[in-house]
Design a protein around this ligand. Structure first.
Ligand SMILES: *Cc1c(COP(=O)(O)O)cnc(C)c1O
Length: 437
């Protein structure tokens, strides 16, 4: 389809091609949630519980061996968002309570990828160990730290293509278990992520090209080797299941905090989106556990709105941002993806409430504001969710306007592993934009 036809069919494409900030409300979203099961969340959660003794043994800092993050209320940030920044940020006077889901501070690998990525590696390890007769699912999994398992796993390998954080999660956990591991990194991946992986004994291959090329090369190399497990960020149901567990955990976490979600107390969630796996899995889990009282939105850079493009045109992964003349280049490295996952686009068609785009120029001001108000650091990509608050607060499309009973969760997807000098640099950049210095 050429641009003229495309715009005729989906007028929004013209605005996307102009890299404008947009908010698209999904007309196909279903309430109540479709019954069709994509992954079994209970089964995934049970597997993570089996591995808890192993995680607790090799990462004593992980409480009870469960890799989970705090849900923090951020009232000072909420107040700051309602202040005039001279147009640097949209003024968001948000009815209800504002929370940050701190996946930025998930233990072991410091990003949302610790959910899906680590889950997939653990599942592979379990399969290999069971197949080789060294493990049954009734065993105490702390024995996976024993030398005989490292020796077994060293005969297998794991490979992945990544913009950075998925590579970190897969690389760190695979290397810890004893697998040989190769991470294919795209050009936009940060140097410190490559360096960190190399110190853990991970083979890092770099590509001058974008993320799609890194994934394709990784897939090709892995296919040639029957003992190699390729973590397919674009198609993996295991990743999706690992992310989806977040919905169940969030429900338990909110119950423990006495936060009720029902018809009178609506939940609004804002999730940064790259290829779609992480926010898609989390959204699937949230809609399973909060049903029709949850509204989920994806945040994407104006230069890489692959999921908005996939869903608004209905073309899924048959269209990429380059097809509409956008470069896919963004400072939000975790979101620098030009083509959405087909699996996730399909799953979100009936489950996601909408997508919005954010200009790179707003990410650092949010970052600095969060640091100043709540003493929390999150990486630029992870700040994208904040940009959706203003539109939702003001009322958008068919989405019910939030009120004082509403709960808003901005999903912070990464940040705690960023080196100090880079944190400082990002923070100063944000302060400069806000006119603080
Ligand atoms: C990977 C990542 C995302 C998005 O996840 P996808 O599965 O690529 O959609 C968002 N934020 C950060 C920091 C990430 O690393």
């Amino acid at each position: 389809m050429n641009m003229t036809e495309l715009i005729k069919q989906t007028p929004l494409v013209a605005d996307m091609a102009g890299c404008n900030e947009l908010f698209w409300v999904n007309p196909k979203v279903k309430r109540p949630v479709p019954k069709e099961e994509i992954v079994n969340i209970d089964e995934a959660e049970a597997r993570l519980l089996r591995f808890a003794p192993f995680i607790a043994k090799v990462y004593p800092e992980v409480l009870e061996g469960i890799i989970e993050s705090p849900l923090s209320e951020i009232p000072e940030m909420k107040d700051a968002l309602a202040m005039d920044t001279g147009g640097v940020l949209q003024l968001a006077d948000i009815p209800g309570r504002l929370f940050l889901k701190c996946d930025s501070h998930l233990p072991v690998s410091g990003s949302v990828k610790a959910r899906g990525g680590i889950y997939e590696v653990l599942k592979f390890a379990e399969e290999v160990a069971v197949e080789n007769g060294l493990l049954t699912t009734e065993d105490d999994y702390s024995k996976l730290a024993d030398p005989e398992f490292r020796q077994l796993f060293s005969r297998y390998s794991v490979a992945v293509g990544s913009t950075g954080n998925l590579g970190l999660s897969i690389g760190i956990m695979s290397a810890r278990l004893g697998f040989q591991v190769t991470v294919h990194m795209s050009a936009d991946a940060r140097q410190w992520k490559k360096d960190l992986l190399r110190t853990k004994g991970v083979t890092v291959k770099e590509y001058p090209d974008d993320y799609e090329a890194a994934v394709a090369q990784g897939r090709r190399e892995a296919q040639a080797d029957p003992r190699c497990h390729f973590v397919d960020d674009e198609n993996s149901l295991d990743l999706f299941a690992g992310y989806a567990v977040a919905g169940k955990r969030l429900k338990a976490q909110m119950d423990a905090m006495d936060i009720t979600i029902d018809e009178q107390h609506r939940l609004y969630v804002y999730l940064p989106c790259g290829v779609g796996g992480a926010p898609g899995g989390v959204t699937y889990g949230i809609r399973e556990y909060f049903g029709e009282n949850a509204w989920c939105f994806f945040a994407e850079p104006t230069h890489a709105p692959c999921m908005m493009l996939a869903l608004a045109t209905g073309m899924g992964n048959r269209i990429a941002v380059k097809d509409i003349g956008i470069d896919g280049i963004t400072e939000a490295d975790g979101l620098a993806v030009g083509r959405a996952s087909a699996l996730v686009a399909k799953a979100m068609e009936s489950r996601l409430d909408g997508c919005f785009t954010v200009d790179d120029g707003r990410l650092y001001p949010y970052l600095a504001m969060l640091q100043d108000t709540e003493d929390l650091f999150i990486e630029p990509s992870a700040c994208a969710g904040f940009a959706g608050l203003a539109c939702v607060a003001n009322g958008i499309g068919e989405v019910p306007v939030p009120d004082e009973n509403s709960i808003h969760i901005v999903w912070a997807t990464g940040g705690s592993m960023v080196p100090e000098e880079e944190k400082e640099e990002y923070y100063r950049k944000g302060c400069r934009k806000l006119g603080f210095i």
